[in-house]
Design a binder for this molecule. Structure first.
Ligand SMILES: Nc1ncnc2c1ncn2[C@@H]1O[C@H](COP(=O)(O)OP(=O)(O)OP(=O)(O)O)[C@@H](O)[C@H]1O
Ligand SMILES: [Mg+2]
Length: 281
């Protein structure tokens, strides 16, 4: 298979190639959108987005406020179903799942596609119950199995040494960074394949932000990660690929996407160049 390190300018009818290539290593596609649009009432949040996200890599979505990044994430696990007046058109495939097929089991989809938000949102329950509750909802009820998953996921996010002696304490008593790591542990407990993160560090202090960023970087190779970030330095540090969205005629558009170095160092589109230089947006 040929490889390329150049980015791709996305024309309005643009459709990416079948393979996603990260320079030396081509990875299979995990998420594939085609002509995807999301419209709130009459107002489009984004239009005509065709994007391939490679399996087990980290893809960063960047672009100015209001260009549809969060809406794009919401479409991927059909969180958009919950927004009144919201309509999604086009195609999304995640693995073999046809996401927008009305027959798709949304509960099963969300088990495979976890989501982390900007503001940590642990349940107002104990640390342990935060992980136990979704497991029980998905039919895992054996105490020994739950205990093992609690320990495994809290270890995976580096929280186990900090909280193993107080699993019954309220999750809301944790620091913001610890709460965000608990939310990630809660998502990992359901063994997702894809993890969507919407500005997961932007509400955290710099030290917690660094801890969470390192944790996200450590997911590479095991999970398919799509992260929205306004922090271009962060995108550069952790992403394999970058997709740049921009607002055109009142609707978000995917302007360019490709390997992180290509988009930052050799952008093909002038808008991308101005944005990554900090001159626009
Ligand atoms: N629930 C909603 N109902 C109606 N319009 C919405 C809703 N959520 C977002 N929008 C609108 O859709 C457009 C895209 O919003 P979105 O939140 O997806 O952008 P974003 O790129 O994530 O912005 P930011 O960087 O500020 O988070 C905006 O014009 C926004 O006002
Ligand atoms: Mg947003």
């Amino acid at each position: 298979m040929t490889t390329t390190v150049s980015s791709r300018i996305v024309s309005s009818r643009g459709v990416p190639s079948a393979a996603v290539s990260d320079g030396a290593l081509a990875r299979p596609v995990e998420i594939r959108t085609r002509s995807l649009s999301l419209i709130y009432g009459r107002k489009p949040a984004f239009l005509d987005v065709s994007l391939d996200v490679p399996r087990h890599g980290i893809t960063a979505l960047i672009g100015p406020s209001g260009c549809g990044k969060s809406s794009f994430l919401a479409s991927l696990n059909r969180l958009s179903d919950l927004l009144p007046g919201c309509r999604v058109e086009g195609e999304i495939h995640i693995g073999e799942i046809d996401v927008l097929d009305p027959a798709t089991d949304v509960v099963a989809l969300r088990r495979r596609v976890g989501m982390i938000f900007q503001k940590p949102n642990p349940f107002p329950l104990s640390i342990r119950r935060n992980i136990e509750l979704p497991l029980k909802e998905h039919g895992i009820r054996q105490r020994a199995e739950i205990d093992a998953i609690v320990e495994r996921t809290l270890t995976e996010v580096g929280l186990w040494p900090e909280v193993s002696d107080r699993l019954g304490s309220p999750a809301l008593a944790l620091s913001g960074g610890q709460q965000q790591r608990l939310c990630l542990a809660r998502a990992l407990a359901l063994t997702p394949e894809v993890i969507l993160l919407d500005e997961p560090c932007s509400a955290l202090d710099p030290i917690s932000s660094g801890v969470v960023e390192d944790l996200i970087a450590s997911l590479r190779g095991r999970y398919t990660v799509v992260i929205v970030t306004h922090n271009l330095a962060q995108a550069r540090r952790i992403a394999d690929r970058v997709a740049f969205f921009w607002l055109r005629d009142g609707a978000g558009r995917l302007i360019e996407e490709g390997p992180v170095d290509a988009v930052f160092d050799h952008p093909r589109d002038e808008l991308t160049a101005a944005y990554v230089r900090g001159a626009r947006g």
